[in-house]
Every structure is written in structure tokens, then in C-alpha cells.
Design a protein around this ligand. Structure first.
Ligand code: ZN
Length: 214
């Protein structure tokens, strides 16, 4: 058994097993634009014996992994649940103010606009995706990670939102509870649902339900 220095992100357990160790790897699909030494990073997956969560304890710095990543966009990525998610939101909220954390190229927000939602605002740290959302879809997009200053700025600009979304986001954020509490400052009470792919889970914080599902 490997004894990592870090503890389980979910339960704090320090007894984790190495599930698979793939050694030092480059970032998938990020092609070099000129001859240069390629960035690599340890890719090791741990399993928590206590809560069962699989996790990477030593992730790549998000500034490196996401900000210059010109590959994974909603426009071509298969999202088989997209229509159901859109219908689910619209069945609960109409003419609403919607904020999406990690809006990518804005496809989902644009679809919500087409279905009559009143205001759609996004946050996306990746410059390539954010530019598509702004320039081709005309969306208001904050090009940054979610932090306290950005939350304050958004609240000052738009007030509270009826719906805050984070699709395929939480499983990429090491500080999940921070993300949830910060976004909780943007949503009207009892109005928040976050859906992400991965696992099925419930957390109740500030009247917020968080769903992780397979
Ligand atoms: Zn655990």
C-alpha cells in the first residue's frame, strides 16, 4: 500500500491505496505548437478504503491544465444528457436568471436562452472556449476561475441568480466545498441544483442539493 502525504478529499482518511500509477504523462490532446520540451506530470489514481472515492491527490496546476487548453468544447463533445438537462431546468424555472460555472463555449447557456430563460451568464477560465461563447453566441462570460472576488463582482453586476449550474465541473475542482459555498452566494435560497457527471451524491449545505452521478 502506498502512503500518500495528502488525505482523502471527501472523508479525510489518510489510508489510501494506489489504484493505478501511469507514471509521468503529458496533457492529453494538448499538441505542441512549436518544438519544445513537453510538460509532463504524475498521473496516479488513489482509492479511499473508507469512503470509496477514487481521486488524484496530486493534480496538475489548473492554471496550466485549463487556461491554455484548446481542445475540449461542448460543440463537438457528445453530451447525451444535454436535452434532458435542458428540459429539467425549464420544467422548474422559466424566464429565470441562470449562471453557469464552467460554461465552456456557451452551448448550454445558448440553448437555455433559446428556451426563454431571461438572463444567461457564464464563467469559463479557458480563453479559447470563453471567446467562442462571447463572440459567436453573444454571451456575457467571466474569463476566470471562481473565487471570492469574482463572486462579489458578479453579484454586484447581476444580483442573485435563480439557477446556478456546474456541469462536468465538480469532479475537476480539488476544493469542492469552497466552490459550492462560493456559488451559494450567487443563488436565491432553495433555488440551486448542481448536476455533474461522475458519481451520485447528496450534500446539504445552505439548502443546496449537489448531485454527482454515474
Ligand atoms: Zn475517503
Amino acid at each position: 500500500m502506498d502512503k500518500p502525504l495528502l488525505k482523502c478529499r471527501l472523508c479525510g482518511n489518510q489510508n489510501l491505496s494506489v489504484l493505478i500509477d501511469l507514471g509521468s504523462q503529458p496533457i492529453a490532446h494538448r499538441l505542441l505548437e512549436q518544438p519544445e520540451r513537453e510538460f509532463t506530470h504524475s498521473l496516479k489514481l488513489h482509492f479511499c478504503d473508507q469512503c470509496g472515492l477514487n481521486q488524484i491527490l496530486d493534480p496538475i496546476d489548473p492554471e496550466i491544465l485549463y487556461k491554455g487548453y484548446n481542445y475540449c468544447f461542448s460543440s463537438w463533445k457528445p453530451e447525451p444528457h444535454r436535452e434532458k438537462e435542458l428540459d429539467l431546468i425549464n420544467s422548474h424555472k422559466s424566464r429565470a436568471k441562470v449562471f453557469e460555472i464552467g460554461c465552456n463555449d456557451g452551448l448550454f447557456l445558448e440553448e437555455l436562452e433559446k428556451r426563454g430563460q431571461e438572463l444567461c451568464v457564464g464563467l469559463e477560465p479557458n480563453a479559447f472556449a470563453a471567446r467562442i461563447a462571447r463572440e459567436t453566441r453573444g454571451l456575457k462570460v467571466y474569463e476566470t476561475f471562481l473565487d471570492e472576488q469574482t463572486v462579489r463582482e458578479i453579484k454586484n453586476a447581476f444580483g442573485l441568480f435563480d439557477v446556478v449550474l456546474a456541469r462536468q465541473v465538480l469532479e475537476h475542482v480539488p476544493g469542492k466545498l469552497f466552490l459550492i459555498s462560493e456559488s451559494g452566494g450567487q443563488v436565491k435560497q432553495d433555488n440551486m441544483k448542481i448536476k455533474v457527471s461522475y458519481r451520485y451524491w447528496h450534500l446539504f449545505i445552505y439548502s443546496i442539493s449537489v448531485f454527482w452521478y454515474c
